[in-house]
Design a protein around this ligand. Structure first.
Ligand SMILES: NC(=O)c1ccc[n+]([C@@H]2O[C@H](COP(=O)([O-])OP(=O)(O)OC[C@H]3O[C@@H](n4cnc5c(N)ncnc54)[C@H](O)[C@@H]3O)[C@@H](O)[C@H]2O)c1
Length: 352
């Protein structure tokens, strides 16, 4: 017997809502039944493209053809809509950040447990090519023991306008890009305790919400992550910089330019002093080909693959797979975000 096609709907039909609509129209196993947005222009846009727009959220949630609702509204209303949808018997995918504080998340999880409905979060950047490549290189062991990972996203156009620059809607870069990069870190390090965070935030282009932050996260096994988002950078640092005892990985950008340099002989001393300002240095003299090996990145093996997120969702709704993004992962992520805000506000290291 062929499997039922999952009926999908989108609440909040803006930029990301359109993306979800297209995914549901394109991917086998799910179909777009309709959308709802409080903005009449978005409702009309859907209708003009042959997509049903419901007259109200209640009308959408009452349609028995809909199995799963994707919430792509501004961040402050994810919770209210998610709980309402689950109480109407719908499975829920919330956009990130799932919500704005641990207590709200617990209410959402309680609704999922009470109603027996699936409740998950769109952490699609677990399928970004650059991230998949970095994880693969780390897992091969070619870098030796990895002890420091730097993950950065930098722009020069400030915080986007609209709700993203308003605190009451969950604006700011920590809730925007930060959530993705922290999720990538926590997913990579799953099973290893995150002990402390220390962060600073910038408010250069916006006074109300952070337009960037830098956080140092220390794990129990000694591994450190630095995550930085900035929006006032006219020269960008690499997207990834990974240090191991045996090599270094640099991923410059989302097109996966970069390289891996490994050391072939740590004991051999090939250093020749180089001029450093007014002095000379052996310590900082670059290594030569005598003791290092440079590899290109296997870029073509790591395309970005956001469809896999939807395929996992469809399999999970059929009971054939575990859902990729779990409640406990979100609990930790929301706690880490809270700790980052606290550290920046108090200028103190925060223990988790
Ligand atoms: N996972 C990702 O890669 C990714 C990328 C971008 C945005 N997002 C997330 O998606 C969400 C939406 O972001 P966006 O860029 O699409 O914003 P957007 O402003 O383009 O769209 C939001 C839409 O929600 C509608 N809306 C607001 N309140 C509503 C309500 N109560 N009920 C119904 N509709 C309502 C607005 O009218 C608007 O059309 C945010 O949570 C954001 O963090 C995720």
């Amino acid at each position: 017997m062929s499997k039922k096609t999952i009926g999908g709907a989108v609440i909040g039909y803006g930029g990301m809502g359109h993306f979800h609509g297209r995914q549901m129209q394109r991917i086998d196993g799910i179909e777009l039944v309709g959308i709802f947005d409080i903005d009449p222009e978005q409702q009309a846009d859907a209708e003009q493209n042959g997509i049903k727009s419901y007259e109200s959220r209640e009308a959408l949630l009452s349609d028995p053809r809909i199995d799963v609702v994707v919430i792509a509204t501004p961040n402050d209303v994810h919770k209210e809509i998610a709980i309402d949808a689950m109480e109407h018997g719908k499975n829920v995918v919330s956009e990130k950040p799932v919500t704005l504080c641990p207590a709200d998340l617990e209410e959402m999880i309680a609704a999922s447990e009470r109603t027996g409905k699936l409740f998950t979060v769109h952490q699609n950047r677990r399928f970004d090519g650059d991230y998949l490549l970095v994880r693969h290189v780390m897992e091969t062991g070619i870098l030796g023991d990895v002890f420091r990972i730097e993950s950065r996203v930098q722009g020069s156009r400030g915080i986007p306008t609209g709700w993203r620059e308003e605190k009451e809607h969950g604006g700011g870069m920590l809730y925007d890009w930060g959530v993705h990069m922290l999720d990538q870190m926590l997913y990579t390090m799953r099973g290893i305790k995150l002990e402390t965070v220390y962060s600073t935030m910038t408010f250069i282009t916006n006074k109300e919400c952070d337009d960037g932050f830098s956080v140092l996260c220390k794990f129990q096994n000694g591994v450190e992550w630095i995550i930085e988002i900035q929006t006032n950078n006219f020269v960008q640092l690499p997207r990834w910089y990974v240090l191991g005892t045996n090599g270094t990985l640099v991923v410059d950008d989302w097109d996966l330019h970069g390289k891996i340099v490994t050391v072939t002989d740590l004991t051999k001393n090939d250093s020749k002093p180089v001029v450093a300002g007014a002095g000379i240095t052996r310590t900082m003299a670059p290594r030569t080909d005598e003791t290092t090996h440079t590899l290109p990145l296997p870029a073509e093996d790591y395309p970005t693959d956001w469809d896999s997120y939807y395929l996992n969702l469809i399999h999970a709704l059929h009971g054939e797979a575990d859902i990729l993004v779990t409640h406990d992962q979100q609990r930790l992520l929301v706690r880490v975000i809270e700790a980052i805000f606290r550290s920046a506000a108090t200028n103190e290291v925060v223990k988790l």
